[in-house]
Design a protein around this ligand. Sequence first.
Ligand SMILES: CC(C)=CCC/C(C)=C/COP(=O)(O)O
Length: 301
Amino acid sequence: MPSPRRNVDARPLAASASSSSSGPGSPAHGGGGGGGGGGGGGRFEFQSLLSSRAPGLDPTCTRLRASESPVHRRGSFPLAGAGPSQAPPAPLPEEDRMDLNPSFLGIALRSLLAIDLWLSKKLGVCAGESSSWGSMRPLMKLLEISGHGIPWLLGTLYCLSRSDSWAGREVLMNLLFALLLDLLLVALIKGLVRRRRPAHNQMDMFVTLSVDKYSFPSGHATRAALVSRFILNHLVLAIPLRVLVVLWAFILGLSRVMLGRHNVTDVAFGFFLGYTQYSIVDYCWLSPHNAPVLFLLWSQQ
Ligand SMILES: CC(C)=CCC/C(C)=C/COP(=O)(O)O
């Protein structure tokens, strides 16, 4: 089991350090302050800086435990002068390490993640009854139902059963296909990514699937983007109604974060995915020409 102490696995460096500039007078020499000390005598602090700058050192020296926060890294390793009698410790397993010199992309992603978590927590103002906007929670939950999969699936099936024109049936059949594709893709990605919902979320949602314990991407956001793009492209609506459809999608996405159900990136990616899903549906548009069996079967119902 990894030690709870925030130690950098820099043990191979000890030998190099003894022959280089590090010593009791070196700035890298910690003297035990700041929690880096422990067994094995004196310890070096801030080894990450030292090892990342020292040329020719073993790159494995620049690694630390993966469970540690990068902002709290604090290196420590036995003093070079601790004596050659100490047996060289076994290296940490690869999966228990993390690069101390992450790429620019790594830094950018970590920063984005930190901003995402911070912003999502700030915006989660309806996460509980006692939250600052807790009184708005019932309204947010109503919005949640307006973007839930069940009313959309049942509503589409109902309209399909009532439709008496081929054109109407074609559009509804494609909406049904779009909704099913959305459920499938979201479940697949949620199952693959397995990002937990924010800690401040109360899991009191109306009918969920097992993958809905995960938050990335937001299924409501994908549906909002998909359905609103579908409606705007296939229903002839007056401008105010078109604006209302776009507003509904946007507010539904925002409400996911306000309810504490999602982080901002879950919703942003959900919008992107829903928008893309519509392009897929449009590309594979089902019609009596390319899917005659489907339409014949339905018309015999
Ligand atoms: C049971 C059916 C048919 C759909 C589940 C819909 C649902 C609960 C999606 C989760 O949405 P979020 O990812 O936005 O929380």
